[in-house]
Design a protein around this ligand. Structure first.
Ligand code: NAG
Length: 340
């Protein structure tokens, strides 16, 4: 009798183990605060922003999105842009991270930015309750290149990636395992030609076993976008959205003040059946579209001075020029100074 109960429990354990594995080690622990975190990678000090949802519950599993900045950007600018506009769509279900690149980019020399990413994931999973089967990466330009790079090197970690105006600039160590892939690119991109974005897409069309298909792209100046969903191996979709704009993170259709990109990315990340997931859908959050456009007042402010990460200067800036205590106004470029 005792033997058969043990046997039954062993069987039960075998059945439930794969599900339990998705819960990270940080579940049940008291959470770290949101803010700038530091870590050491290959002897170098590296930083990233950590955004823990309001009303965080240590026993609830959260999605995790890593959002990489563009060349000459930084983690604070990604924070200011609400993680490429995804945070407002996430309905409090998601932890967001914006890592800071060396020399404001993602050269990923010797794989050091992959190691940095591994390091962040380990720390976040150990301290917060992450659904390890719901980890995503996105970024624009150099940040798109880095998102492509993590898809190549960490295909079993990331559930999907969204590459905005990307090219292969951060390497592709690995690149032999399928990953759900969304590519967004402008036909008038004069910084990273759309042909470079098509190359990244085509790699995943091959890896994900998709049927080749004509993917129409809008005429220049039409102010539109065209989405093509490829037919791929179940659970490994590839979607390509070509727009008629240039090298921008937040493409908009003619006459629209808000970008369609955040909504498309969020819908791609939360669609049912990704990597065989049955409950990944997130109905109710796809109707709200919020852009990453940063204008006066969208950055965090408190009282007469800007809050940490908020804008505090730059040409055309009419908002606060002082920072809340604990942070100081740092010149980033002629158009942007920030409380850090
Ligand atoms: C992208 O490259 C193609 C082929 O070289 C070229 O014809 C096109 O003008 C380029 N696009 C832009 C916006 O520079």
């Amino acid at each position: 009798m005792r033997l058969s109960i043990t046997y039954f429990l062993t069987l039960l354990g075998a059945i439930t183990a794969p599900l339990a594995e998705a819960r990270s080690a940080g579940c049940g622990k008291s959470p770290p605060s949101s803010g700038i975190k530091s870590t050491t990678v290959n002897g170098k000090n590296r930083q990233y922003t950590l955004q823990v949802p309001a009303n965080y519950n240590p026993n609830t599993e959260y999605k995790l999105v890593i959002a990489y900045h563009w060349l000459s950007g930084n983690m604070g600018a990604v924070f200011n842009g609400q993680y490429y506009g995804l945070q407002p769509l996430s309905g409090g279900t998601t932890i967001f991270v914006a890592p800071d690149g060396l020399n404001a980019g993602w050269a990923n020399t010797g794989g050091e930015d992959i190691t940095f990413t591994d390091n962040i994931l380990q720390t976040v999973q150990d301290s917060l309750c992450v659904d390890e089967s719901n980890i995503f990466a996105t970024g624009w330009s150099y940040g798109g290149a880095m998102s492509f790079s993590v898809a190549c090197s960490r295909p079993d970690v990331f559930k999907a990636v969204a590459v905005i105006s990307g090219a292969q600039l951060s390497g592709c160590n690995g690149g032999t395992t399928p990953v759900p892939y969304l590519g967004i690119h402008g036909t008038a991109d004069d910084v990273l030609n759309i042909s470079l974005g098509r190359q990244l897409r085509d790699k995943y069309i091959g890896l994900n076993g998709c049927q080749s298909k004509n993917a129409p792209e809008p005429n220049s100046g039409s102010g539109t976008h065209i989405r093509t969903d490829y037919s791929c191996r179940a659970g490994y979709p590839v979607t390509w959205i070509a727009h008629s704009g240039g090298h921008v993170p937040d493409p908009k259709d003619n006459g629209q003040s808000q970008s369609w990109a955040p909504g498309e990315i969020w819908k791609f990340f939360t669609q049912d059946g990704l990597k065989g997931d049955t409950g990944g859908g997130d109905p109710g959050t796809t109707t709200t579209l919020v852009t990453k456009t940063t204008t006066a007042g969208t950055g965090p402010t408190s009282g007469p001075c800007a809050a940490r990460y908020g804008q505090c200067g730059g040409q055309g800036w009419s908002g606060p020029t002082c920072c809340e205590s604990g942070s100081t106004c740092k010149f980033s470029n002629d158009w942007y100074s920030q409380c850090l």
